[in-house]
Design a protein around this ligand. Structure first.
Ligand code: NDP
Length: 467
């Protein structure tokens, strides 16, 4: 049968664009892609990239104090959200156009429309146009989810934070995961009074406990009012005319709320942000009609090659809810092209993925936490906590920590956790060694780079704990 395209990609985020571009460029496939919002997707438009720029913006609030200790006299005249936000908008426009030109240069046909699946080889665009393709790749990502309580739809989610015309003076952030903790630090640094509720006993569930405790302490020390074992019981919107930081803002500023908590308190905030997880974008895509199987959270079920139960339909990235990180979606895209268009079946390796949480202080991690490792085998833990040189000199109360979790039997490093400045940068390279199967002795025989923070990774001589 003759198809219009070899590949039709639905979703123009990091995974979809990469698959479309590489299939066209390296396998000479005839490719089309449909995106209903903006090319670049969550990472570029509403996630990693603008978030990291906001982390940079917020980090400058510390500079005058620190600089003062180093002999500088910097007059701090405050933060101008409108200036930053304009610049951020232009930068995102630029990045989106880079993504579009990647596609154009590769000869990919782009459609700025929603696409639905009609059958295993056919998609339909909102305009009514139908196209057939040998393969359909779903890379539609995910979206923030709100808890099921009345008025939650009036509160902010992470997508909204990049579009604010003014910053609220006070905000309640609900959740204790990546997004909640990152934005608690960002908004606190930008001068917003931040209260954070987490329903569990410590933020950042799933990461190393000592790291979680250190980050929570440092966030509290920096001014975030963190309430553990606390959640929102109900939300009552207040009139928009009160408590606004900027009455002239268009679109309207966030809804202020009276919040009733599970601990029985009643608190008022100019804004409430729900950072309570994300769900795969699989609704109203024609998946049922095409017979594509989904899991309990709505995610598309795929095998190790990202193939669904329908042989011509594949899915990659957050829509499959495997490891929801941009670089993983990109790996899945590359493996898909190898498998389908280069006759080289390639399963994505989801083991030992280094990652970072851009909290303040930053968290970088790979492999097992101490808690998980000790349930699996006998381990040695090498850990150190110290005041980073730069901030210690400036009398700042910052602490950093590094931890290696080592297998007693194989001596391999099973996990590494770093909290502190540049943790994300350090873990990227520690990750290479650990992915190669480095032992503690391999770390030991690497000469330290002095004076750095990272040198602690190769100078921890004796185990702190044996478990
Ligand atoms: P997470 O799953 O990381 O965290 C969700 C948080 O919300 C958890 O603390 C969870 O609590 C809490 N929660 C869930 N439901 C409710 C509820 N009904 N009431 C109160 N609290 C609730 O999701 P995020 O939204 O923070 O991030 C989504 C994903 O995006 C991440 O898993 C990550 O893969 C990716 N991401 C990665 C980043 C990075 O690499 N730096 C940055 C941002 C996002 P509990 O722990 O009890 O379940």
């Amino acid at each position: 049968m003759n198809f219009d395209y070899d590949l039709f990609v639905i979703g123009g985020g990091s995974g979809g664009v990469r698959a479309a571009r590489i299939a066209a460029q390296e396998a000479q496939a005839k490719v089309a892609i449909a995106e209903m919002s903006r090319y670049g997707g969550t990472c570029v438009i509403r996630g990693c990239v603008p978030k990291k720029l906001m982390v940079f913006a917020s980090s400058f609030s510390r500079v005058p104090n620190e600089a003062d200790a180093y002999g500088w006299d910097l007059a701090a005249r405050g933060f101008n959200w409108a200036h930053f936000s304009d610049k951020l908008g232009s930068e995102l426009d630029r990045l989106e156009s880079v993504y579009c030109s990647f596609l154009q240069n590769a000869g990919v046909q782009s459609f700025n429309e929603r696409a639905t699946i009609i059958d295993p080889h056919t998609v339909e665009l909102d305009s009514g146009k139908r196209f057939t393709a040998s393969y359909i790749l779903i890379a539609t990502g995910g979206h923030p989810q709100r808890p099921d309580i009345p008025n939650a739809d009036l509160a902010l989610v992470s997508d909204d934070l990049f579009k604010l015309n003014c910053l609220p003076k006070t905000i309640l952030i609900v959740g204790g995961g990546y997004i909640a903790c990152e934005f608690a630090g960002i908004l606190n640094g930008l001068g917003v009074r931040v209260t954070q509720f987490y329903r569990g006993s410590q933020i950042l569930r799933g990461f190393d406990l000592e790291a979680r405790e250190l980050i929570a302490d440092q966030m509290k020390g920096a001014g975030v009012e963190l309430h553990l074992e606390t959640n929102v019981k109900s939300l009552e919107p207040k009139t928009i005319s009160e408590n606004l930081s900027d009455q002239t803002a268009i679109p309207p500023p966030p809804t202020p709320f009276k919040v009733m908590t599970t601990s029985g308190d009643e608190l008022e905030f100019e804004a409430v942000l729900f950072a309570t997880g994300r769900s795969p974008n699989t609704a109203m895509m024609g998946l049922e009609k095409a017979g594509v199987e989904r899991g309990q959270r709505g995610e598309i079920k795929v095998d190790a090659f990202s193939q669904t139960n329908i042989p011509s339909i594949f899915a990659i990235g957050d829509v499959t809810n495997r490891v929801n990180l941009t670089p993983v979606a990109i790996r899945e895209a590359m493996a898909f092209v190898e498998t389908v268009f280069k006759s080289n079946p390639t399963a994505v390796d989801h083991q030992l993925i280094p990652s970072a949480v851009f909290t303040q202080p930053e968290l970088g991690t790979i492999g097992l936490s101490e808690e998980v490792a000790q349930q699996q085998e006998k381990i040695e833990v090498y850990a150190t906590s110290f005041a980073p040189m730069r901030s210690a000199f400036a009398d700042q109360p910052d602490r950093a920590m590094m931890k290696l979790v080592v297998s007693q039997s194989t001596r391999k490093v099973l996990g590494c956790t770093i909290v502190g400045p540049a943790a994300a940068e350090i873990i990227q390279l520690a990750g290479v060694a650990i992915k190669m199967g480095a032992t503690k002795e391999d770390f030991d025989r690497t000469v330290a780079v002095h004076p750095t923070m990272a040198e602690e990774m190769v100078t921890m001589r004796f185990p702190t704990r044996i478990a």
